[in-house]
Every structure is written in structure tokens, then in C-alpha cells.
Design a binder for this molecule. Structure first.
Ligand code: COA
Length: 196
């Protein structure tokens, strides 16, 4: 599905650009800092390509790339504007009442951090999950040392439900109820457009 969510420019990229993005993504994930913050294992280029193919094709994964609108408006270059990604991993069967997704966010390009891009991108993804995918619960699993991200999700009204000493991981969750949906709507305005 080729759609974009507008704001600080979210888009799903076409195949031509995706090929170049794969290499950029691989370079991002060589960073030891990002591996720790996102609890990711270092992967070979081939393993990463296979993973990205599954993100694009698997029904249980929803990925949007994050582009800086400011950079895109000045360069008209998608690759130069790519700064990160956000994912939902859907964790439910069709016969279950509760539709849960694990959510992830990464602003990989350091100079773009702390500009509210992570905040807005994640909230737009949550809004997409709530109103397009009809999800009723979100879960975030975060490295216990990643205080910035834990703080961000708590500010998004996620509640800490457990800490794993084995995985050094904090799990937070947010049930989609009326109060939270009203809050979400006060923060972001989801605008979807088709993308060529
Ligand atoms: C965590 C991350 C997504 C935050 O995105 P960002 O664009 O840098 O941060 P934002 O400007 O949107 O800040 C949103 C909130 O996050 C928290 N936060 C983010 N960076 C912070 C920092 N350096 N110090 C303190 N709080 C921070 C704050 O609560 C902030 O809200 P506030 O500014 O009103 O206090 C981003 O820094 C990132 O991708 N880091 C590397 C990868 C990662 O950690 N991913 C999360 C794993 S799930």
C-alpha cells in the first residue's frame, strides 16, 4: 500500500527509493548507540534486507519511514530527508477481541532529535493504529537505560506494567479508551494521502 501520512512528512517509499534506503538503514544500524537504544542485534546486509522485505510484505507489520519536511522542502530529495522509522507489530489473531500492537520509533539521525519529530511521528502512528487498524491496545518494550524513550511514552500516557531483569527491558502499555483517544486527537491531526 503506497500511502503517506502528512505532517513532518511520513511516507512509504517506492521500490526504487527503497533499494537506496536499505543501504542507509544498514549504515544506521551499525551504530552501537542505536543498537543499544533500540535493543537490536547487529545484522549482516543480507539479513537486514530479508527483515526489511518482511516489514514491507508481512500482514502483521506496519512501517512508515520518517522524512524531515523541512529538509524535503529545501532539497526535494527523499533520501537526504530520511531520518528514521516507526513500526507497529500486530499481535492478534482474527478471532481475538483484543487487538494489540507493539510500537517502535527511531529518529536515527542525531541532529534531528529533540525537535518533537519523534513525538509527533509516534503519535501519528498510534493514531493510524487506533483509527485505521482499529487497535485497542499498544505496547512499548524499551531498554531500561533508554530513559528518554521511557519518559516519552509515559508522557504519552502509557503505563509501566513490568520490568525484566533478564532482558533489561521495561514494558509499557496503553489501552485505547475514550479519554486517551480524545487526548490523542488534541495532539495530532492524521492526514493520509496516496503516494506515487
Ligand atoms: C527517543 C526518541 C524517539 C525521541 O524522539 P525525539 O524526536 O528525539 O524527541 P522529541 O523532541 O520528540 O521529545 C519527545 C519527548 O521525549 C522525551 N525526550 C526525548 N529526548 C529526551 C532527552 N534527551 N532528554 C529528556 N527527555 C527526552 C521528552 O519527554 C520529550 O518531551 P518534552 O520535550 O516535552 O520533554 C529519539 O531520541 C530516538 O529515536 N532515539 C534513538 C532510538 C530510540 O531510543 N528509540 C526508542 C526505542 S523504542
Amino acid at each position: 500500500m503506497n500511502i503517506g501520512i502528512l505532517s513532518y512528512k511520513f511516507v512509504n517509499l517506492n521500490h526504487n527509493t527503497l533499494w537506496k534506503w536499505k543501504q542507509l538503514y544498514h549504515n544506521w544500524m551499525k551504530s552501537a548507540e542505536l543498537q543499544i537504544l533500540t535493543a537490536s542485534e547487529p545484522l549482516s546486509l543480507e539479513e537486514e534486507y530479508a527483515m526489511q522485505k518482511s516489514w514491507r510484505n508481512d500482514e502483521d507489520k506496519c512501517t512508515f519511514l520518517i522524512l524531515s519536511k523541512e529538509t524535503f522542502d529545501t532539497t526535494n530529495d527523499e533520501l537526504k530527508s530520511l531520518i528514521g522509522d516507526t513500526n507497529l507489530f500486530l499481535q492478534y489473531e482474527d478471532d481475538q477481541n483484543e487487538k494489540v500492537a507493539e510500537c517502535e520509533i527511531m529518529i536515527a539521525e542525531k541532529e534531528y532529535r529533540r525537535k518533537k519529530l519523534g513525538w509527533e511521528s509516534m503519535l501519528l502512528m498510534l493514531k493510524y493504529g487506533q483509527c485505521i487498524l482499529n487497535l485497542n491496545k499498544f505496547v512499548a518494550k524499551i531498554n531500561e537505560n533508554n530513559e528518554n524513550s521511557i519518559y516519552m511514552f509515559k508522557k504519552m500516557n502509557f503505563n509501566e506494567i513490568s520490568r525484566s531483569e533478564i532482558f533489561h527491558e521495561v514494558t509499557l502499555e496503553r489501552k485505547v479508551d475514550e479519554t486517551w483517544t480524545t487526548w490523542l486527537d488534541s495532539q495530532v491531526d492524521l492526514q493520509i494521502e496516496s503516494y506515487k
